[in-house]
Write a protein of this length. Structure first.
Lengths: 82, 132
């Protein structure tokens, strides 16, 4: 059986709030910057949540950041099952 | 008290049309990567769109584009919004002007009130030179 539209239909309007932003087209500084240690810790927590491991393969630690010390603040590696 | 929302969808697309009457959004050409003719390079502005649910109160939304390998931040934007109640979905649209320094993998992340709620991989490639 072929279902051909045989009635008029209209999509409902969305009444949900819409927040629309535009980033600066002429930012004062576009140079890439290294993450700070605090940002890196948050980044690793996020990766743990979404990817299951805090750091990607081939990760290059930024100079001056003690990655091992940051890793100790994370539940990583996961504890073996009892 | 603010309650951090969950993300029902995080999209990257070339264009967003908002219908002035229905207020519905149309996302054009959703993608997960760029090919650029030269690097460093600034592509056409693109859009990050998120549908947020179950949030409440004032929300600080930090959108970041970064390389997960080096780890280098190439774009960061902070927006302040208010979620009226937990049952109302909030739509967040950000038009991004961003310069990419190198080819490779990037992450687009969304943090709300300091908590990471969405992470999406994104790739930038250098376009192969055409034969003269």
């Amino acid at each position: 059986m072929t279902l051909k539209p045989d009635v008029e239909s209209f999509t409902e309007s969305l009444d949900e709030p819409l927040f629309w932003f535009t980033s600066d087209e002429n930012p004062p500084d576009v140079a890439p910057r290294q993450r700070t240690a605090d940002e890196l810790l948050a980044f690793m927590r996020g990766r743990l949540k979404f990817y299951g491991s805090p750091l990607p393969d081939g990760f290059v630690p930024p100079p001056g950041v003690d990655i091992d010390a940051l890793l100790k603040q994370l539940p990583w590696p996961p504890a073996p099952d009892a | 008290m603010a309650i951090v929302p969950v993300v029902r969808g995080l999209y990257v697309c070339e264009r967003v049309d908002g219908d002035p009457v229905s207020k519905n959004l149309t996302l054009h050409n959703c993608f997960r990567g760029f090919r650029l003719s030269a690097l460093p390079g600034t592509p056409r502005p693109f859009f990050v769109v998120a549908y947020l649910a179950n949030g409440l109160g004032p929300l600080s939304i930090r959108t970041t584009i970064s390389s997960p390998i080096t780890p280098t931040v190439v774009f960061s934007h902070l927006a302040e919004i208010t979620a009226p109640d937990r049952l109302t979905e909030v739509r967040f649209v950000l038009q991004v002007f961003c310069r990419f320094p190198t080819a490779g993998s990037y992450d687009i992340s969304l943090e709300v009130n300091g908590e990471l709620i969405a992470l999406s991989p994104f790739r930038v490639n250098l376009m192969e030179a055409r034969e003269p």
